[in-house]
Design a binder for this molecule. Structure first.
Ligand SMILES: Cc1cc2nc3c(=O)[nH]c(=O)nc-3n(C[C@H](O)[C@H](O)[C@H](O)COP(=O)(O)OP(=O)(O)OC[C@H]3O[C@@H](n4cnc5c(N)ncnc54)[C@H](O)[C@@H]3O)c2cc1C
Length: 390
């Protein structure tokens, strides 16, 4: 062990079986799952709960059975039950379909806080930013250990580290991940509004260079969240001007931005959203949720994938622990395999659909065909979704 006795004594107090970096959906679901099975878990999250996040806030029902198993039922918290889907474009094409599996609408402000309330029952939480992660193997005992340092200069150690720090984090740089070196053209804007629309419908409105999702949340307010190319936005002086002059070329968005009453003082924005390939394991850290890969938001499935990756990791971890086959290699191989089996095809399908929808010609042709044969829409959606997680 490379530390002096004083530090070693401290390490004893702060050693965990599993240390989770990032308490979003993936991290919180893992914390609940593992800590209910007496695993000693620490979650380090940089932001206090509750907080808003840029997200479409439509969650696929595929996660409902698993969330209920974890002791969380979003429907008890007034989540909007969604079974219909509307897609429109700037050429006045409008398609309405029934969703096979459906989903629910709930703000991240509530959902993350509900999961946190459940997770904190059996896991420990530290609100701080992780700045570095070191993995070492003892030369003599051959035992491996992670040391995790935070911006408050606190040091924690663990047998396993879960990286659930989202789509872009300071840690991606320190871990030297390749995707972080590439510039990306994507930005997103989100806000809550008072606006009349069906409770049971999620809407996707296409515009040049992006698309905007509208759906109800548990408060009855509408969440409006759009993804756009930065190049489309740059021609305008402000978000307001962009929405009025650019997004409003779609008549549904024109109606929305002219009549909806904003609830937030100003919308939340993020940029540098990367859809590049990532790895489910990096430097022996198990990457979950967006840290392992972000699906294009129009699929409305990133949250389900984050929660699903928590289930995959937790089940494998518990299996290796219960069978005392304490082999890191076994866990790494099986997590990577299961992650790829569960998500690779969805990520590819999402990328193809996004490319079609964001190209004016292919989107016009695609949506025209879909308006004549609307039954193809649910089967396309299926390609980016999984089955209920029982
Ligand atoms: C524009 C847009 C719209 C979307 N719409 C939808 C949708 O409608 N439906 C859907 O299912 N998905 C949607 N998604 C995807 C969805 O938001 C993500 O897939 C989901 O949030 C992933 O959860 P996560 O737990 O992996 O990450 P997050 O929820 O981002 O959590 C990561 C956490 O890590 C913390 N963190 C980061 N770095 C550190 C650090 N160094 N130390 C400590 N903590 C750290 C952060 O504070 C954060 O809380 C959308 C995404 C975008 C960009």
């Amino acid at each position: 062990m490379p530390y002096n006795p004083e530090i070693r004594a401290m390490i004893k107090l702060t050693h965990f079986d599993v240390l989770i970096i990032g308490g979003g959906l993936a991290g919180l679901s893992t914390a609940i799952h593992l800590s209910k099975q007496n695993v000693k878990v620490l979650v380090i999250e940089k932001q206090k709960y509750p907080h808003h996040k840029v997200c479409g806030e439509y969650v696929s029902n595929e996660v409902l059975p698993y969330l209920k198993q974890l002791g969380v039922n979003p429907l008890y918290h007034n989540a909007a039950e969604i079974s219909k889907f509307k897609i429109t474009d700037t050429f006045n094409i409008e398609i309405d379909v029934q969703l096979d599996l459906g989903g629910f609408g709930i703000s991240r402000f509530s959902l993350d806080a509900i999961l946190y309330d459940e997770a904190r029952k059996n896991s420990e939480f530290i609100f701080d930013t992780v700045t570095s992660i070191t993995y070492e193997v003892n030369d003599i005992s051959k035992k491996s250990i992670f040391s995790v340092l935070t911006s408050a200069n606190s040091l924690y150690t663990a047998d396993y580290v879960v990286g659930s720090f989202g789509k872009r984090s300071n840690l991606d740089k320190s871990l030297n991940r390749t995707f972080i070196q590439k510039k990306t053209p994507w930005m997103a804007v989100k806000g809550h509004y008072t606006y009349e629309m069906p409770n049971n419908q999620v809407q996707l409105h296409n515009f040049k260079g992006g698309y905007c999702g509208l759906s109800k949340t548990e408060t009855g307010q509408v969440n409006a969240c759009y993804l756009s190319k930065v190049s489309a936005f740059k021609k305008y002086k402000s978000i307001k001007a962009f929405q009025k002059e650019h997004l409003s070329k779609n008549k549904h968005l024109k109606h929305f931005f002219e009549t909806a009453v904003p609830v937030f003082e100003k919308p939340l924005t993020i940029s540098q959203i990367s859809f590049e390939n990532k790895e489910p394991i990096s430097n022996h850290i198990f990457m979950l949720g967006d840290s392992a890969g972000l699906i294009h938001p129009l699929c409305g499935n990133g949250m389900a994938m984050a929660i699903h990756s928590a289930k995959i990791f937790s089940e494998l971890y518990l299996k290796s622990r219960n069978e005392s086959s304490d082999s890191r290699q076994w866990l790494e191989d099986n997590y990577a395999l299961k992650w790829n089996n569960a998500f690779q095809k969805r990520l590819k399908a999402g990328s193809v659909i996004q490319r079609i929808l964001l190209n004016e010609t292919s989107s016009k042709i695609g949506l025209k065909i879909a308006s004549v044969f609307p039954q193809i829409v649910p089967s396309i959606i299926k390609k980016t979704h999984g089955s209920p997680m029982i």
